[in-house]
Unconditional design. Structure first.
Length: 129
């Protein structure tokens, strides 16, 4: 599987702090591709500076170790936690105003931004955790 992206790699979207095997199946990969195509690549283009992926796809074990819930969109390849190191409020606003998304979450006062994309359900839900 080769991710089609101008700015991101499959390795970035499957990274985990425990360095565990974390390989998406075909459906999860397809969802990652949709996330990259519809949100992450155009967001990076619009933002004009690097964006770090803190967490993208997570298999069950990686998700459990990250403290994720069993219904996490990360496990379906539909979500990424992203970070700019200092412009996360701006990133949040760019997504909110310019993109289709399922959830957009300000995590811990903009320590990072969670964004998910589901081609069947982009309800533009805004949350603050």
């Amino acid at each position: 599987m080769e991710l089609k992206s101008k700015y991101f790699t499959l390795k970035e979207l499957t990274v985990n702090k425990n360095n565990l095997p974390n390989i998406p199946n075909q459906e999860q990969f397809n969802n990652l591709q949709l996330l990259v195509t519809n949100v992450l690549d155009p967001l990076r283009e619009m933002y004009g500076k690097p964006i770090t992926i803190n967490s993208g796809f997570r298999n069950k074990k990686v998700n459990d170790l990250a403290g994720g819930v069993d219904t996490s969109e990360h496990m379906r390849g539909m979500a990424a936690d992203i970070d700019t190191n200092n412009d996360n409020p701006e990133l949040y606003q760019l997504i909110k105003k310019n993109f289709k998304f399922r959830q957009l979450i300000d995590e811990k006062n903009f320590s990072w931004v969670h964004v998910s994309y589901n081609k069947k359900d982009n309800k533009k839900q805004l949350l603050k955790l």
